[in-house]
Design a protein around this ligand. Structure first.
Ligand code: C2O
Ligand code: CU
Ligand code: CU
Length: 480
C-alpha cells in the first residue's frame, strides 16, 4: 500500500485520517497493472465470455469472482468510431447476464440492457455501429435484480471509443504507460480475504459502501508513471460510492473529457466529483518528477444521516503514483485546446418532463425486502411496462429531483447537457456531454434522442447506485 514516506506525506496533508482503512494483509508495494487491451479497431470484431473465476485480492484466500474473459473484470475494449464492430458475448455462467455498453450511442436492440439478457450457455451477437466522438465508456452486466451483485463480483470492463487522432491532439495514448485506465471500486473482505456482499437492509437502502479500495481489481498497488504528462481515464465502477478526488499535494488535475468525450479545452481543477457510472479523463503533470497520490474524501451518502450509517469525513488514498524515469515521457506540455464541442442545446421550446427519484422510508420498508422500496415518479421498474415514448431526433428538458440522498441519474442511448444544478450553473465537471449526472437536490438536463429504441427494446433511465436500480429506481422509454 503506502511506503513510509507516502504515509508520512498523507499524514502531513490531512491529519492521518484514514476513513477507509485498506486491509493490511500483504504489504507489498506492487505495481498497478491494467486490464488487457482488446483492440478491435482493425479487426472490427471482439469476443467476450462471461465466466466464473477465482481471485486472490490481498494475500488472503482466493475468493469466487466473475469476469469477462478473465477472473475479475474484463479487458479494455478499444473500438473505432465511424466503423461497425461485430461483438459476440457468450454466457458461460449458470445465471443470465448481459453486456450493456454504458456510454455507447447505439440503438436499443444492441444496448445490452435488461431486454438483451443472455441465457446460460447462449451467445449474443450485436453489431455496434459507432458515430460518436471519442470517449471513455464502460460495459457491465445489467440483468434486472442481479446487476448489483454481478457488477460487485466483477462483470464490468472499460471501453475506449477512438478515432485514432489522439497523437495529433497531443494527448498521451500509450496504454498503461501514459494513458492509464483506472477502474475505481470499493469492496469488503472478511478476515480470510473473501469478498463479502450481504446486501442487508442498510446496504439495500443506501447502496453498498466497502472499506477496501480497489483500482483495476488490485488492493494497495502503486501506479508507475513517466516524468511527463499522464492521462488518467477514471471510471467509477463502484456500486454506490461517490468519490471526491484530488491530488495529495494539491497539484491540479486538468479535465479533458467527461462521459461523452472531449471538452473544448482542458480545465484545471483542484478536485472533481465522480459518482457511480460516471467517467472523467484528466491530465496530471509529473514533469518535476515528484510523486503524489490520488486521494478521495470519504462521502457516506446515507438516507438517514448519522442515524443508520456511515459517517462522512476524512480522506483515503485511492492510488499512489510513483515517477519512474525509465518510462518514456512522450508528452511534456498540456494541449491548449481540444477539438471537443461543448453542448449548447437550444431548449427554449423543448417539452418538459419531470422525474422524482423516490425512496419509501416508512416502517413497511424496514420490514420487507420487497422490490417496492425504490421508484421513479412513484412507479417501480416493471420490465413489461413502457414508461413513455419520445420522438427520434427530438430534444427534451428533463428536471430530475432526488429524494433523501444523492442519486447518480443515468440515461441509456443519449447524451445530455446539464443546464443547471439547484438553479445554479453546473459544476465544471458537468459542462461537457454527459450520460450520468449526480443529482443532489435538483438537476435540469437537455436530452437529445439520437438513436432508436423500439417498444420491445427500450432504453433505461435509472439511479446508478446499483442497489437502488435493482430495487426499482428505474424506468424505460422508446425512441421512434
Ligand atoms: Cu451503467 Cu443502465 O447502466
Ligand atoms: Cu448505460
Ligand atoms: Cu439512488
Amino acid at each position: 500500500m503506502l511506503n513510509r514516506r507516502q504515509a508520512l506525506l498523507c499524514g502531513a496533508s490531512f491529519g492521518a485520517v484514514a476513513a477507509l482503512p485498506v486491509q493490511l494483509a500483504a504489504q507489498t508495494r506492487e505495481h498497478l497493472t491494467y486490464p488487457p487491451l482488446l483492440d478491435a479497431t482493425r479487426s472490427q470484431r471482439f469476443r467476450l465470455r462471461a465466466q466464473a473465476g477465482k481471485t486472490r485480492f490481498n494475500g488472503g484466500a482466493t475468493t469466487d469472482t466473475l469476469g469477462y474473459n478473465q477472473d475479475y473484470l474484463g479487458p479494455t475494449l478499444r473500438l473505432m468510431t465511424g466503423a461497425d464492430t461485430q461483438a459476440e458475448v457468450e454466457n458461460q455462467l449458470r445465471a443470465p447476464v448481459s453486456a450493456h455498453w454504458h456510454g455507447l450511442l447505439v440503438p436499443g436492440d444492441v444496448d445490452g440492457g435488461p431486454h438483451q439478457a443472455i441465457a446460460p450457455g447462449q451467445s449474443w451477437r450485436p453489431v455496434l455501429s459507432l458515430d460518436q466522438p471519442p470517449a471513455t465508456a464502460w460495459y457491465h452486466s445489467h440483468v434486472h435484480g442481479t446487476t448489483a451483485e454481478q457488477v460487485m463480483f466483477g462483470l464490468a470492463g472499460v471501453l475506449h471509443v477512438t478515432d485514432g487522432q489522439d497523437d495529433r491532439r497531443g494527448l498521451p495514448s500509450a496504454y498503461g504507460i501514459d494513458d492509464l485506465t483506472l477502474v475505481l471500486q470499493d469492496r469488503q473482505f472478511n478476515r480470510r480475504g473473501r469478498m463479502t456482499y450481504n446486501s442487508g437492509m442498510h446496504d439495500a437502502m443506501n447502496g453498498f459502501l466497502g472499506d477496501t479500495m480497489l483500482v483495476n481489481g488490485q488492493v494497495g498497488a502503486t501506479a508507475a508513471v513517466p516524468k511527463g504528462i499522464v492521462r488518467c481515464r477514471l471510471v467509477n465502477g463502484s456500486n454506490a460510492r461517490i468519490y471526491r478526488l484530488s491530488l495529495s499535494d494539491n497539484r491540479p488535475m486538468h479535465l479533458i473529457a467527461t462521459d461523452g468525450g472531449y471538452l473544448d479545452r482542458p480545465i484545471a481543477l483542484s478536485g472533481l466529483t465522480l459518482a457511480p457510472g460516471e467517467r472523467a479523463e484528466v491530465l496530471i503533470e509529473f514533469l518535476d518528477g515528484i510523486d503524489c497520490s490520488l486521494v478521495s474524501d470519504n462521502i457516506a451518502n446515507s438516507a438517514m444521516g448519522g442515524m443508520m450509517g456511515g459517517r462522512s469525513g476524512g480522506q483515503f488514498v485511492v492510488l499512489p503514483f510513483a515517477v519512474d524515469t525509465t518510462l518514456p515521457a512522450r508528452i511534456s506540455g498540456l494541449p491548449e485546446s481540444l477539438d471537443g464541442v461543448l453542448p449548447i442545446l437550444d431548449f427554449a421550446d423543448a417539452p418538459l418532463r419531470r422525474f422524482s427519484l423516490d425512496m419509501s422510508m416508512g416502517m413497511g420498508m424496514m420490514m420487507t425486502r420487497a422490490n417496492r422500496q425504490f421508484s421513479i415518479n412513484d412507479v417501480a421498474f416493471d420490465e413489461t411496462a413502457l414508461n413513455f415514448s419520445v420522438a427520434l431526433n427530438s430534444l427534451e428538458r428533463w428536471v430530475v429531483q432526488g429524494d433523501l440522498m444523492m442519486h447518480p441519474f443515468h440515461v441509456h442511448g443519449v447524451r445530455f447537457q446539464v443546464l443547471s444544478e439547484n438553479g445554479q450553473q453546473p459544476r465544471p465537471e458537468n459542462r461537457g456531454w454527459k450520460d450520468t449526472v449526480l443529482v443532489n437536490g435538483q438537476s435540469e438536463l437537455a436530452v437529445r434522442f439520437e438513436k432508436q429504441a423500439s417498444r420491445s427494446a427500450p432504453y433505461m433511465y435509472h439511479c446508478h447506485i446499483l442497489e437502488h436500480e435493482d430495487g426499482g429506481m428505474m424506468g424505460q422509454f422508446s425512441v421512434s
